[in-house]
Ligand binder design. Structure first.
Ligand code: PHE
Ligand code: ZN
Length: 876
């Protein structure tokens, strides 16, 4: 097999032939589904009259091809493993094809496949070519009419995009439904579902009075788990009307839950398909975090109806056009409906850990990549989350009103079109009259920019001079990076008064909180009339996706922790403070010196516990230590053991020193209220469970009793899961084993709860984890073909840093073996699982060698393009 070849953005050409109408008929059968396509095709006006027609098609058994009703002889076309070529075709004609496929054998979960016996599709990005021959690219938009034929008993429900227009009985116990979607759409938004499903129905009246039927389709046993998704959907629909002026545009909106799904969910027009984990909730089975995630994903997919579907991407290099914008929209929705500070803290904590790591590794790429081998490898944190950060900066730069005008202009001007990131930013520039040309570099340059900040207070002249120096590291395949346009939101806090000072910059008053436009490699901002020596609060609300360095002392940070008026930066101070202590302890561990806990950190925590934040959820985040992965991002070379030891030491030191405070907090946070996923309750549970974690870190006897009681009470999954985690992660087998057994037996019937049961045991710090993973891979509830199971067991294991990075290399070998096996079943999942190994250069020599050897072992195999591309970059 030849090496997979990259595709380049600079090679983009419009399609020579496009489809305007697609009429599809599916006659479903697990082993032998027949797909008939009748496509209305036109030549592009700029294409040559003798341009050959080339349509994508993979893994299709072709039975017949006809042009304008004439069946083609075998030598009138060419069919290879990538597609179908017809040398000469008219300028406008009808193409009819008939193909066969076997959904039951489709373990890649792209195209048409079966999950728990039901049929479903996944077409983004290039899955439609596994269904029929088609120009499977987003700049070809057609109106679809789809007939689905199935067995009336086994598949009583037959769904596709749009509205049902016809249904009827057929011979042999078969029946059909025909669907029409009036909105032209690219093939990646096509969807079909068939099976024995039941639905929960509701309705929504749009601002202009259109009645929309809302349906969530699930297997019968899950009927009691749809309330939260449905309520979230209605909130999202209203929010998009009120915030962006966007209304829904069909008579029905459907969501289907499927067990086997590679991603979270998919925004197919009018028929969203969801991973069951991203839609089903119940207080007994889903945690607060899961409830929040469901709300966010339901909103995200719904918002795509405009940002993605009505206006779509010209090509897949523009992926962030729809994803960055839509993530920004769903983040804003969650911030508006819950606690804005909490949402920002959670998003940033995740972003700085995971996206920074991606940006610092061999797969670093810009928000808009300029080449790729396999597009499914580019559904990344950079495209999604950094893309959202870039849109957020745009909004902050031009202001909400201009941003909203720009968004209206974008949707009006490009409705029904497939466009580029320049088109989007162009609308923002036009609506705001800003020059955004330098800003565009955010889309082209990879790597995390760093800002070195330093400040000086001049008592005599009452001036504060803040100097900011920016640099973007050189990443793979990139030219010398140029300075970015970075919005730095900041304030100055009077160190004596503890208040935000009024700011005067260049003779102009600019309030107590301002945004500095950093555009040069180095810039100095001189604030005048600064009445007292200030402590700067920089990059408030994480106003740009950068690393900001400022030589804060521990005293500065303890001050900011309570005095900063920006809730996000109070949390940031807590993290910086913890990080300083951790740095010292990591060094002590490496040097074999006795570890001593910094009492200033303990006192800062004590202050927090005694004069608490009003927002309990935010306080809980302030009390939570940075994760091992997050700490690792701050180290030049990752020392797995030192990081773990240092973090444990801090947890225990805080636990011992503040035991009574944590106990009091735990007891004060108890409540017997019936469960509701409200911000107030979530905040209270979060705080209670952080307190319990510190008590369990020191294995306090009374704490252990609380933990057991919380587990036994079974009040809700948030509390049960935390209690179970703490028991299983404790050093005591008498706590761990019975709880794990009881939970596993109680929930054996529920796959989503079993996912949690798998994760909890393989994230524990004890040395038996590798054996446990191997043992659990044989468990009846585990399956290598179910992505949720693979993530729960192997994905979680690879995040368990001390166990995955064992010095005997057995963790790496297990992951590599699994990647190799999985690559034959589901390449997209295999590539996802491989990612931790690609970061091998961050570790010590011994581990580097072990990881590299595993990558090389994988590389010797015949690989999917997905895994090939990753391994190639990692070793390159
Ligand atoms: N477009 C989906 C989303 O973000 C993600 C997805 C991509 C799902 C590819 C399936 C396959 O919202
Ligand atoms: Zn999306």
């Amino acid at each position: 097999m030849s090496e997979p070849q990259p595709v380049y953005l600079s090679d983009y050409q419009p399609p020579a032939y496009r489809v305007t109408h697609a009429e599809l008929t599916f006659d479903l059968d697990p082993a032998n589904t027949r797909v008939e396509a009748r496509l209305t095709v036109e030549r592009h006006p700029d294409a040559a009259a003798d341009a050959p027609l080339y349509f994508h098609g993979e893994q299709l058994a072709l039975e017949s091809v006809a042009v304008d009703g004439e069946t083609l002889a075998d030598n009138a076309y060419r069919h290879d493993d990538r597609g179908l070529t017809i040398a000469r075709v008219p300028a406008a004609f009808t193409l009819e094809t008939r193909v066969r496929l076997a959904p039951e054998d489709n373990t890649a979960l792209e195209g048409l496949y079966q999950s728990n016996g039901m049929y479903c599709t996944q077409c983004e990005a290039e899955g439609f070519r596994r269904i029929t021959f088609y120009p499977d690219r987003p700049d070809v938009m057609a109106v679809f009419r789809v007939t689905v034929i199935g067995d009336a008993e086994r598949e009583p429900v037959l769904l596709a995009n749009g509205n049902p227009v016809e249904r009827g009985e057929l011979e042999g116990g078969r029946h059909f439904v025909t669907w029409e979607d009036p909105h032209p759409k690219p093939s990646y938004l096509f969807a079909l579902v068939a099976g024995d499903l039941e639905c929960v129905e509701d309705s929504f009246t749009t601002a202009s009075g259109r009645d929309v039927t809302l349906q969530i389709w699930v297997e019968a046993e899950n009927l009691g788990k749809t309330d939260h998704a449905l309520a979230s959907l209605k909130r999202a629909m209203r929010w998009d009307e009120e915030t962006y002026g966007r209304e829904y545009d069909l008579d029905r909106f459907m969501i289907v839950a499927v067990n086997d799904f590679n991603m979270g969910a998919m925004e197919n027009k009018g028929l969203n398909i969801f991973n069951s984990a991203a839609v089903l909730t119940h207080p007994d089975t889903a945690t607060d975090a899961a409830f929040q995630q469901v709300e966010g994903i339901v909103a995200h997919e719904y918002f795509h109806n405009w940002s993605g579907n009505r206006v779509t991407c010209r090509d897949w290099f523009q992926l962030s056009l729809k994803e960055g914008f839509t993530v920004f929209r769903d983040q804003s929705f969650t911030a508006d409906t819950n606690s804005a500070a909490l949402k920002r803290i959670q998003d940033v904590a995740f972003f700085r850990t995971a996206q920074f790591a991606e940006d610092a590794g061999p797969t670093a790429h810009p928000v808009r990549p300029d080449h790729y081998i396999e597009i499914t490898n580019f559904y990344t944190l950079t495209v999604y989350e950094k893309g959202a950060e870039v849109v957020r900066m745009l909004k902050n730069l031009v202001g909400w009103e201009a941003f909203r005008r720009g968004s209206d202009l974008y949707f009006a001007r490009f409705d029904g079109q497939a466009v580029t990131i320049e088109d989007f930013v162009g609308c923002m520039a036009e609506a705001s009259d800003e020059d955004l040309s330098q800003f565009m570099r955010w889309y082209h340059q990879a790597g995390t920019p760093e800002i070195d900040a330093h400040g000086e207070y001049d008592y005599v002249n009452a001036e504060y001079r803040l100097t900011l120096r920016q640099r973007t590291p050189v990443t793979a395949g990139q030219q010398a990076p140029e300075p970015l346009h970075i919005p730095v939101r900041m304030g100055l806090i009077g160190t004596r008064s503890g208040h935000d000072l009024s700011l005067t910059l260049g003779g102009e008053a600019c309030g107590k909180d301002t945004v500095l436009d950093l555009r040069e490699a180095e810039q100095t901002f001189v604030f005048t009339d600064v009445a007292e020596a200030p402590t700067p609060s920089l990059l408030r609300h994480f106003s740009a996706p950068v690393k900001l360095h400022f030589p804060y002392s521990r005293e500065d940070l303890a001050f900011l922790l309570t005095q900063d008026s920006d809730g996000f930066n109070r949390w940031e101070a807590s993290q910086r403070l913890a990080m300083l202590a951790l740095d010292d302890l990591i060094a002590a561990h490496r040097n074999g010196v006795e570890k001593v806990m910094d009492t200033r950190v303990i006192e800062a925590y004590r202050t927090l516990l005694n004069a608490p934040e009003e927002d309990r959820a935010v306080l809980a985040e302030m009390l939570r230590l940075p994760s091992e992965a997050c700490i690792a991002e701050h180290q030049p070379l990752v020392d797995v053991d030192a990081i773990h030891a240092a973090r444990e030491f801090v947890r225990q030191s805080l636990g011992f020193a503040l035991r009574d405070e944590f106990m009091a907090l735990y007891q004060a946070s108890q409540s017997a209220e019936p469960y509701a996923p409200t911000p107030a309750q979530i905040g209270r549970r979060s705080l209670k469970n952080v307190a319990l974690e510190y008590l369990m870190a020191i294995e306090d006897e009374a704490g252990i009793e609380h933990c057991r009681a919380q587990f036994d009470a079974g009040h809700n999954m948030t509390d049960v899961r935390q209690a179970l985690t703490l028991l299983v992660h404790s050093s005591r087998d008498d706590l761990s084993a019975p709880a794990l057994r009881a939970f596993g037996e109680k929930w054996a019937h529920d796959p989503l709860v079993m996912d949690q049961w798998f994760s909890i045991q393989v994230s524990r710090p004890q040395g038996d984890v590798l054996d446990r993973v191997k043992y659990l891979m044989e468990h009846p509830a585990f399956s290598l073909t179910n992505p949720n199971k693979v993530r729960a067991l192997l994905g979680t294991f690879a995040q368990n840093r001390i166990n995955f990075h064992r010095l005997d290399g057995a963790g790496y070998a297990l992951l590599a073996d699994t990647v190799i096996e999985l690559d034959g079943l589901n390449p997209e999942m295999a590539a996802g699982l491989l990612t931790p190994l690609t970061r091998w250069r961050r570790f010590d020599d011994t581990r580097q060698a072990l990881m590299q050897a595993e990558l090389e072992r994988i590389n010797e195999r015949s690989l999917s393009a997905n895994v090939y591309e990753l391994v190639d970059k990692a070793l390159g």
